[in-house]
Design a protein around this ligand. Structure first.
Ligand code: ADP
Length: 339
């Protein structure tokens, strides 16, 4: 029960207690790496079914323990004022895409749409701490997927003005279970979880948001949440990132001539995706037409309207991308298809 206060209690006199843990980071992680690494090797050897099951349990418990250790070490490092931020150059888009890559498989397994949107005017090359920014995003996107059964998770990034310089604003929106109002203010406290029974099902330490919020503050921003039970949550945070003059992306300019004035048919059941793809296409000088499914796409093509290329979503209710591609190919004027 005293855990919530733990780590912040370092006194001025004597050896501050909170300083003890950060120095132990390496010593604590090394044996865990041994446990996890050796279990992985063991799993690659011939084992009986029982032995495999035991080794897999050791492996997943080891992973879970390492996550807890990392969270506790990070948290105590922040609380004791020992967290130092890096200031290196990195690409914002690459950072965002790297995070989403991590979760693509899990989102697909749950049949969730995982999308991102970076607004015009957002600096593409910045100076800051990429790995801590990534840590925040991994936590928020991971939670969003964990607590969403159907629908979508959308990561959005846009520039924002702060008192002391330019900020970048990130939001992670989900269509999940939502958070009851009475739980909102404990959300960012350490070791707090909204519902203990949910935690038993999903795991977690209850430290992720506490760490993320403090990291955002260390980076000169803040973090907050909007949520409605049963409808979903949106976590927002801002951080200060120094915008650097960026090199132009070569492909963006080179393809423009090819794409200009081409008619693009976008077929996707997800409204957010349709809007984002249409906006991108407009930005490239294309003429986008959007429809929400296979039947509408077939009608569009049969109507004889111009389509230079059609972009089909794969996972769609009713007729999926595969079936639609086949139906379109049977038409007289089938445009080139991108699935
Ligand atoms: P944990 O590691 O346990 O997920 P966090 O600090 O990241 O810890 O989250 C704390 C709690 O906040 C979660 O256990 C969950 O109850 C709630 N929560 C976080 N994100 C969401 C979300 N996107 N939707 C609903 N509940 C959430």
């Amino acid at each position: 029960a005293g855990a919530g206060r733990w780590g912040g209690g370092g006194g001025r006199g004597g050896l501050p207690r909170a300083h003890f843990l950060p120095m132990r980071t390496h010593e604590t992680r090394t044996p865990m790496n041994g446990v996890i690494g050796m279990t992985s090797l063991l799993l690659d050897t011939p084992l009986s079914r029982d032995q495999r099951e035991y080794a897999e349990t050791i492996r997943s418990s080891g992973d879970a323990l390492l996550t807890i250790i990392n969270d506790i070490l990070d948290f105590s490092k922040i609380e004791s004022g020992h967290m130092e931020l890096d200031a290196a150059e990195f690409g914002l888009r690459e950072c965002v895409e790297g995070v989403l890559d991590l979760f693509a498989a899990r989102a697909a397994e749950k049949r969730l749409d995982l999308l991102y949107e970076i607004a015009d005017g957002t600096p593409s090359l910045v100076r800051g701490d990429a790995s801590r920014l990534r840590q925040i995003l991994v936590n928020l996107v991971g939670n969003a997927i964990k607590f969403t059964e159907t629908g979508e998770v959308v990561l959005a990034v846009w520039p924002a003005a702060g008192d002391a310089g330019d900020l970048v604003h990130f939001s992670v929106r989900d269509t999940g279970i939502g958070i009851p109002p009475e739980a909102m203010d404990r959300l960012f406290k350490s070791f707090s979880q909204v519902d203990a029974s949910i935690t038993r099902r999903f795991g977690g330490t209850g430290l992720g948001l506490a760490i993320s919020q403090r990291l955002a503050e260390l980076m000169g921003g803040r973090m907050w949440v909007e949520s409605e039970v049963g409808r979903g949550s949106t976590f927002h945070f801002t951080v200060r990132l120094v915008a650097l003059p960026s090199k132009p992306r070569p492909y963006a300019g080179a393809t423009r001539a090819v794409l200009e004035d081409r008619h693009l048919l976008v077929v996707d059941d997800n409204a957010t995706n349709r809007r984002m793809v249409a906006e991108l296409a407009l930005g490239w000088g294309m003429v986008p037409h959007v429809v929400d499914g296979g039947e509408a796409a077939l009608d569009f093509v049969r109507s004889g309207r111009r389509v230079d290329v059609a972009l089909l979503d794969w996972h769609m209710p009713g007729m999926d991308g595969d079936a639609l591609a086949e139906a379109l190919r049977a038409q007289q004027a089938c445009p080139p298809l991108v699935l």
